[in-house]
Design a protein around this ligand. Structure first.
Ligand SMILES: [Zn+2]
Length: 444
């Protein structure tokens, strides 16, 4: 490495064989280096220039790797990782009412949430995710764990009409959530936003209140919406023909700050409404498939100009937290649903898992692409194994290959969370032993 008098000292240099910055769209860089200083991307330059212009405190030669922006999992219930495989092969309502809610009623506690969130974060980091959105009880515990692990997150504090281990009624959830919002105001990693669970679990008054306060605070709102046909049919029958999405619109809850999760039951009119209001869609294809909830018309939404992000949903309905795998499912499913093999191409799938996720969470100025000035949230994937060869097109490999086990290194704000496949901020042995203790307790 050249060490001339003129070279600039920076914190971190990552030399990568391939780099997919996501912006500009479709670009694949070869033999380039990412220059990181004080947690931000300072430059992207060819290897030769990097060696001539910079010296670094730390430097990584990733000669058989693809570098991408850290993945953004825009919908999760992290602690549900402890219920992975607990109840399979049921439709949503049976799954929730007869299996998940009773188990949560018995077992969910701050300790359950801490240990479940750690298990989920370990899996997310190991598969390349640097930022996740979470909706669960004891969101204060989730926020603390995320900070400790060095992950970026959007905490959507839950709101229901009915009591849970974390709150008594809608007012109580909102009160506690707003206190948490204050605690993390201007935090570099955590943003606390509204998470009214769904139209069928939150009544008009609290939804109106959330719309008003969220607008004042310029805060995002995330809500499960049009997840199943049954949800829409029941609501239409109960509300004189009004669809849940129309109800949210009437209550002032649909706008550019709104993240609508699932959206498997959409008419052309619904799609128009989403596009007009600027609301975002978070597509969770594997959860929708597993619960037989329906198909989100992703390509139609994209064609209408709607921003579509990707989420895994909780591990109890997926059953993994692997966003690269979710990209593949999203790309394949979109082709099947639309009858068009060109629907959700490989670059689009990657953009959904990065920049679109950042945009949905209101974080696009910070993350979602490898661009100068953005935070150094970066994922490296090793592609030197037989299954990755021949490598004509790195983006094709990321989307259609099966590379999540090949994620080697992960940084958030320039801090290393994974090095050579080894977790740097989480204790794998402890997570393993905690998961086994919960398994023994929850076993029926
Ligand atoms: Zn969900």
């Amino acid at each position: 490495m050249a060490d001339t008098d003129n070279s600039q000292l920076v914190d971190l240099l990552i030399h990568a064989r391939w780099m997919i910055p996501v912006v500009p769209d479709g670009q694949v860089l070869e033999n380039c280096s990412l220059v990181v200083h004080q947690g931000r991307i300072q430059a992207i330059v060819p290897w030769d220039d990097a060696h001539r212009l910079y010296r670094a405190e730390e430097s990584y030669e990733l000669n058989e790797h693809i570098l991408i922006p850290g993945l953004v999992n825009a919908h999760n219930h992290a602690a549900m990782a402890l219920m992975r495989g607990y109840a399979d092969d049921y439709p949503l309502q049976t799954w929730l009412q007869e299996h998940i809610w009773p188990a949560e009623g018995e077992w969910v506690s701050p300790e359950f949430v801490r240990e479940g969130t750690r298990l989920s974060m370990a899996e997310m980091i190991r598969s390349g995710t640097t930022c996740f959105s979470d909706m669960y009880f004891f969101p204060d515990e989730v926020a603390r764990e995320a900070v400790e692990a060095g992950m970026r997150c959007q905490i959507t504090f839950p709101v229901f009409d009915f009591p849970s281990a974390w709150g008594r009624d809608a007012d109580d959830y909102i009160h506690k959530g707003l206190a948490l919002h204050d605690d993390y105001r201007s935090h570099p990693l955590v943003e606390v936003v509204f998470g009214p669970h769904a139209p069928y679990t939150v009544s008009d008054e609290p939804l109106k209140q959330i719309a008003t306060v969220a607008a004042q605070l310029e805060s995002p709102v995330q809500i499960h919406l049009h997840e199943t046909a049954r949800e829409v049919e029941d609501a239409v029958a109960a509300n004189g023909g009004e669809r849940p999405i129309q109800r949210l619109h009437r209550l002032g809850l649909l706008g550019p700050q709104t993240q609508c999760v699932h959206m498997t039951q959409l008419t052309d009119q619904d799609i128009e409404l989403v596009a007009q209001t600027g609301a975002h869609v978070v597509h969770c294809p594997e959860s929708n498939l597993k619960l037989a909830s329906g198909f989100c018309p992703v390509q139609k939404l994209l064609d209408a100009g709607v921003n579509v992000a990707l989420g895994t949903d909780g591990a109890a309905s997926n059953n993994d937290q692997d966003l690269l795998g979710e990209m593949r499912t999203a790309a394949l499913l979109a082709k099947g649903v639309s009858g068009d093999a060109g629907a959700v191409d490989a670059h689009t799938a990657l953009r959904m898992a990065t920049l679109n996720g950042a945009r949905a969470l209101g974080l696009e100025a910070e993350i979602g692409s490898l661009e100068v000035g953005k935070a150094a949230d970066i994922t490296a994937i090793a592609v030197d194994n037989l299954e990755s060869l021949p490598l004509y097109n790195p983006v094709s490999l990321l989307t259609y290959g099966n590379v999540s086990r090949q994620v080697s290194d992960v940084w958030v704000n320039g801090h290393l969370l994974l090095r050579g496949g080894q977790l740097q901020t989480l204790d794998e042995a402890e997570i393993r032993s905690n998961a086994q203790s919960w398994q023994a307790k929850l076993k029926k």
